[in-house]
Design a protein around this ligand. Structure first.
Ligand SMILES: [Fe+2]
Ligand SMILES: [Fe+2]
Length: 305
């Protein structure tokens, strides 16, 4: 099914998670995907096509990138795409647990409850889609560093309210930034473009809901609570951005991982792409009073600000 893509950054006035949930449920009835049947999984993969737009490679513009042959660049962007999909699965597993706990004893008749379960079902399909797509393009899975795995396990067990939905929002926004630019790029594998199109469309609803849950959660929050929440959400964003491209992905692409990590960390081209794409997220965090001085420093370190 093809559908018009909506911006997740609409500035309408909402009146709470129930009303937004009602609207999103109607939208999901009209435009939703089943990746298992909507994607041609058996189509041959063109050897020249990338896994990511080259400009979105973590190494684009570096000396290392310029030393690679076109074939090596294709191989690199495919492993980078597989790494981002793997991190997508990892965080979708975290957020499903947070959302399930949030609605564990919710109001089962309410649209907020029905939407939450609809979103969890979306994420289940997305994770299967990412697993299948990364298996198809590289056959490799990636994981965040061990300490991040432990922290995310803790987050999935304890986070609620704006901690949960703020974490969900930053993860979804960052993934959206990476996937949106790839959808229309004919240098990229059609399989990956379709995966990204499905994800961007369905995630625009998720981001809308996360924003509304955050507004509701923070409506009467004290300054101290906003400070704590702002710092926690920025910390989650830090670990997500730092985990996006696993060093193992560079190794599997045939690169020296130590040099690749070093050059990616200093890649001002990638940093400016990220910064210019995250302005809506930053504006929203500011609107919520979550840009504490410490949070700003963290966002600057990962080049979101
Ligand atoms: Fe998703
Ligand atoms: Fe989502």
């Amino acid at each position: 099914m093809t559908a018009q893509l909506q911006s997740p950054h609409t500035s309408r006035v909402d009146t709470g998670p129930t009303e937004v949930g009602e609207r999103l449920l109607r939208s999901a009835e009209i435009k939703s995907f089943d990746p298992l049947v909507d994607i041609d999984w058996d189509a041959p993969l063109d050897a020249d096509k990338h896994g990511f737009s080259p400009e979105w490679s973590s190494l684009f513009g570096t000396d290392y990138w310029n030393e690679l042959t076109p074939e090596q660049q294709v191989r690199l962007t495919r492993h980078e795409a597989a790494s981002v999909m793997s991190m997508g699965i990892w965080f979708e597993m975290v957020l499903q647990q947070m959302m399930l706990r949030d609605q564990f004893l919710g109001r089962y008749h309410d649209a907020e409850f029905r939407w939450t379960l609809t979103e969890i079902a979306d994420e289940c399909r997305h994770s299967i889609m990412f697993a299948r797509a990364s298996e198809r393009i590289t056959g490799t899975s990636y994981y965040p560093p061990t300490h991040v795995q432990h922290l995310s396990r803790l987050l999935s067990h304890v986070a609620g309210g704006e901690w949960a939905y703020g974490s969900i929002l930053v993860a979804e926004e960052i993934l959206d930034v990476l996937q949106r630019g790839v959808m229309a790029d004919e240098r990229v594998l059609p399989l990956v473009r379709k995966v990204n199109e499905i994800h961007v469309l369905e995630e625009s609803r998720h981001m809308h809901f996360a924003r509304e849950e955050m507004r509701a959660s923070l409506a009467n929050a004290s300054a101290a609570r906003r400070r704590a929440s702002g710092n926690l959400i920025a910390t989650v964003a830090y670990f997500i951005v730092r985990s996006l491209i696993s060093p193992q992905a560079y190794a599997d692409a045939g690169l020296d991982p130590a040099r690749a990590v070093r050059e990616a960390k200093a890649n001002t081209h990638f940093h400016s792409m990220l910064r210019s794409s995250c302005t809506h997220l930053v504006d929203f965090l500011d609107e919520c009073g979550l840009l504490t001085p410490r949070a700003v420093r963290i966002y600057q370190r990962i080049h979101v600000i």
